[in-house]
Design a protein around this ligand. Structure first.
Ligand code: HPA
Length: 296
């Protein structure tokens, strides 16, 4: 069986040793292709790939050139790993990510996060497109994720635990790093960018929600809903990475005033917000060393 084409391991019994081996091989393949030793990892969401253009790229690796990498099946996502420098920060950026609705399981979706951690990153930035349920939110707003709810019915840590990667029962009391959050808020203030804060709930998708579902998701404490991010954050926290995540609110999901949404509307809103998101992430990246100094 050709295991280089994809990490589709769910057709056979899952072997954690095999998965670990695949992560190591993919990590080694990236290492062999570049001298960049990234400290920052970036996952760019739907229609939000622009930050990649700000990177002084040393090498771009299409996912299908990397052993065991899943392949992005969504038209709106590119599938490339960029290694280079964002300002002076050595970075690895995923342009295009994987979702459960594509048919991958949570372990496959998070395979690249294991690889990025293997490359040595200590910090992960994530962006995504999300539906806004907080009635104060507007289309094209940015929302700093302060916490999340996992409603995907899957978890990338299910199965035997790899002690070298992290603990069996990782803490989730503060998955989104409080110091990074303060930094983002300060940077947003300096850039005069309006920044919402809120709880992100992850669902499987791919359909958008019914009115009853939006009402339910709002009632359980979420401000925005999307189909990604949470598996990656769980794995990042499992491995002790610091996480920062920002949602672009691409549609207003108010159950009593709901309009039909199509993907073009979502992409148009993402495009409208993208320059603000890119500037914010770039600004925060350049200030990362300050976070480290204040920790030591
Ligand atoms: N629901 C779920 N995911 C989304 C939405 C939404 O309304 N908008 C963008 N991603």
């Amino acid at each position: 069986m050709d295991m280089t084409a994809s990490a589709s391991i769910d057709s056979q019994p899952f072997h954690i040793e095999q998965y670990q081996q695949q992560v190591h091989e993919a990590t080694a393949a990236v290492r062999d292709a570049t001298s960049v030793q990234p400290r920052l990892g970036v996952i760019l969401g739907t229609g939000l790939g622009q930050l990649a253009e700000e990177i002084d790229v040393e090498v771009t690796l299409p996912y299908d050139d990397l052993p065991h990498f899943p392949l992005s099946t969504v038209e709106t996502h590119d599938g490339r790993l960029h290694l280079g420098h964002l300002e002076d920060v050595p970075v690895v950026a995923m342009q295009g990510r994987f979702h459960l609705y594509e048919g991958y399981d949570a372990r496959e979706v998070t395979f690249p996060v294991r690889v990025m951690a293997g490359l040595g990153i200590d910090t992960l930035f994530i962006s995504n497109a999300a539906g806004g349920m907080n009635p104060l939110f507007r289309r094209a707003d940015l929302m700093l994720i302060t916490d999340h709810i996992n409603l995907q019915g899957d978890n990338p840590l299910v199965g035997p635990n790899v002690e070298d990667w992290g603990p069996r029962f990782p803490d989730m009391s503060a998955p989104y790093d409080p110091e990074l959050r303060r930094l983002v808020e300060d940077e947003a203030l300096q850039q005069r960018t309006k920044l919402r804060r809120g709880v992100y709930v992850a669902v499987v998708g791919p359909n958008l929600e019914t009115r009853a579902e939006y009402r339910f998701l709002r009632n359980i404490g979420a401000d925005a809903v999307g189909m990604s991010t949470v598996p990656e954050v769980i794995v990042a926290r499992h491995m002790g990475l610091r996480v920062m995540a920002i949602s672009v609110i691409t549609d207003e999901c108010f159950p009593d005033a709901l309009h039909p949404i199509d993907i073009e509307d979502v992409l148009a809103a993402a495009a409208e917000a993208e320059p603000r998101l890119t500037a914010l992430m770039k600004g925060v990246a350049t200030r990362l060393p300050a976070v480290e100094e204040s920790r030591s």
